[in-house]
Design a protein around this ligand. Structure first.
Ligand code: PHE
Length: 340
């Protein structure tokens, strides 16, 4: 028996010496010390088979072994625990002097910036912002807007037709028809969005952006349009900015105007941007043609209104001094990032 005990001791020392982790230690503890299947508890069971007079002495020897083992495992457990703690601390250390990963900062597209700026000015005046469809039928894009069949805007060269009945809208004005047929007057709406025309050069892109405004109420006159636009250009360009109305023609407004703003580059003295005139054209507008109201079943003797439409890309080009509209659509981040 004593021989076996010496052997067990030696094996524990050897195997425990090789253990490096608390997991290995736990497995060895189960093998030797713990539970009924353990080697040392197994010796206790064998005690029953020994001669009666030998039992006390043997019991004592096994007990001593057991106490030694428990103490030995406890010491080893502490040692391994310390080592594991050190490893963990090392692994979990955060180097706060390390430079962080660079994050790219995005920026809003210049057209988005201009749209947001204008939307904020108009929202402050009580306009509701509305988005209407980009695929339109003839009624909304042309007929209801009093655009006769022979009007050049209907020419296939300008309009992208999808089939005989549908087309990509050529302007945001069909939004006027959607508003007039669905909203009970009086109302003020602002309709920004993409529009499409078969046109492609330095200042035209087949897809571009417009913003439509429509105000319907009783006794609306051209003065209301001018008064409002004066406010808008002061907020959008500068406190000194003025507007100028020139007679024009649109089938859906009568009378119609083209609106200029005093040049925000030279203040009106004349420069390259305004081509020496002191004025820059920014939008088209006018008093809603009574035919349009009739087409939408709104009584033109009861309500009048004004409408205007402006090109967001054009304003963004003027504002940021961009002379080719392609800059906005080539998606070269080096160019687009400049307009923060
Ligand atoms: N829809 C016109 C255009 O695209 C602009 C406009 C809108 C004119 C509203 C008058 C009233 O040129």
């Amino acid at each position: 028996m004593e021989e076996r005990i010496r052997e067990i001791k030696a094996r524990i020392e050897e195997e425990l010496g090789k253990a490096n982790t608390s997991r290995e230690l736990f497995e060895l503890k189960a093998k030797y010390v713990l539970g009924k299947a353990g080697i040392i508890p197994g010796l206790m069971k064998e005690l029953g088979k020994a001669a009666k007079e030998d039992r006390p002495k043997l019991g004592q020897i096994i007990n001593t072994l057991k106490e030694w083992a428990i103490e030995y495992f406890a010491r080893k457990e502490k040692e391994i625990g310390e080592i594991e703690k050190k490893i963990r601390y090392k692994k979990e250390t955060v180097d706060i002097t390390m430079p962080s990963k660079k994050r790219e900062r995005g920026s809003l597209h210049p057209v988005t910036l201009v749209k947001a700026e204008l939307a904020e000015v108009f929202a402050g005046m009580g306009f509701k912002i509305l988005e209407t469809r980009e695929i339109e039928d003839d009624f909304h894009n042309f007929t209801a807007l009093n655009t006769p069949l022979e009007h050049p805007a209907r020419d296939k060269q300008d309009t992208f037709y999808i089939n005989d009945d549908f087309m990509l809208r050529t302007h945001t004005s069909p939004g006027q028809i959607h508003s007039l047929t669905t909203i009970e007057p009086p109302f003020k709406v602002l309709i920004p969005g993409r529009v499409y025309r078969s046109d492609d050069d330095a200042t035209h892109s087949p897809m571009f952006h417009q913003m439509e405004g429509l105000v319907i109420d009783k006794d609306i006159t051209m003065c209301d349009l001018q008064g409002m636009l004066d406010e808008v250009v002061k907020k959008m360009f500068s406190k000194e900015a003025k507007t100028r109305f020139r007679p024009s023609f649109f089938p859906f407004t009568e009378p119609s105007v083209e609106v200029d703003v005093s040049c925000f580059e030279c203040g009106g003295k004349g420069c390259r941007l305004c081509k020496g005139t002191g004025w820059i054209e920014i939008l088209g507008g006018g008093i809603v043609n009574r035919r349009v109201l009739e087409n939408c079943k709104v009584d033109p003797d009861k309500y009048t209104g004004f409408a205007f439409g402006l090109g967001l890309d054009r304003i963004a080009m003027l504002k940021y001094g961009v002379n080719n509209i392609k800059v906005f659509y080539e998606n070269d981040l080096r160019a687009l990032r400049q307009f923060r």
